[in-house]
Write a protein that binds this ligand. Structure first.
Ligand SMILES: Cc1cc2nc3c(=O)[nH]c(=O)nc-3n(C[C@H](O)[C@H](O)[C@H](O)COP(=O)(O)O)c2cc1C
Length: 194
């Protein structure tokens, strides 16, 4: 039986959390996007989970800036940010929308080994300076490429390179500069590790 949070799609987001040193961390994360409650599943080893256990607050951003998204999945981007309004968190300026959330529960989830399930209540929300552009095959290709790159150790270089070549065709057909830059970022990340 699906919980309320699971009646909504899993949306790929960028989550900001704050560490004990005050540094804001940006992480790409799939989030069940409810109106009043969100649920997400950070891996146990992530900074995101560590920071959530410490402060219990986050800002979850919707963005079609796929370069920011892949950097948040594979690196440590530092986009322009401002203080959140209802929590001690950071809102990324150039996004489509965001939600400030307070953690209500962190527990184990037998369906997701090595991860914890985080449930969080929405306490503030807003729209950002970036108007949403809608569906784009190149953008989705870059998102898929980034998840393959983030699983390089498990999937193996040969499989990942073959999939990247297939996804590159979509980028070549439909990308603008941002999508090309995102795919290049992913390919560099993989090339440096194979
Ligand atoms: C499409 C996509 C979805 C992801 N979803 C998750 C997720 O649900 N949970 C998670 O821990 N990491 C997820 N990741 C990987 C994180 O973005 C990556 O491990 C990141 O470095 C987070 O770690 P940090 O909190 O230590 O910065 C995802 C990556 C991609 C490309």
């Amino acid at each position: 039986m699906l919980s309320d949070a699971e009646q909504v799609p899993l949306i790929e987001t960028v989550v900001t959390t704050t560490g004990s040193d005050g540094v804001v961390n940006c992480a790409a994360m799939g989030v069940r996007w409810g109106e009043e409650e969100l649920a997400f599943w950070p891996f146990d080893a992530t900074r995101t989970l560590r920071n959530l256990r410490l402060h219990g607050e986050a800002v979850v951003h919707l963005t079609d800036d796929v370069l920011l998204f892949v950097q948040a999945a594979l690196g440590h981007p530092r986009p322009a940010m401002r203080p959140a309004t209802a929590i001690a968190g950071a809102v990324i300026e150039e996004v489509n929308a965001w939600r400030e959330v307070v953690v209500t529960q962190i527990d184990a989830d037998p369906d997701h080994p090595n991860r914890s399930r985080v449930r969080a209540r929405v306490v503030a929300a807003g729209t950002g300076t970036r108007p949403p552009l809608g569906l784009c095959r190149a953008r989705h290709a870059a998102v898929e490429a980034s998840i393959l790159a983030s699983r390089l150790k498990w999937l193996g270089a040969e499989h990942v390179q073959a999939e990247l070549a297939r996804l590159q065709e979509l980028v070549d057909k439909t990308a603008g500069p941002l999508e090309r830059a995102a795919m290049d970022y992913v390919r560099r990340h993989v090339a440096e590790r194979t």
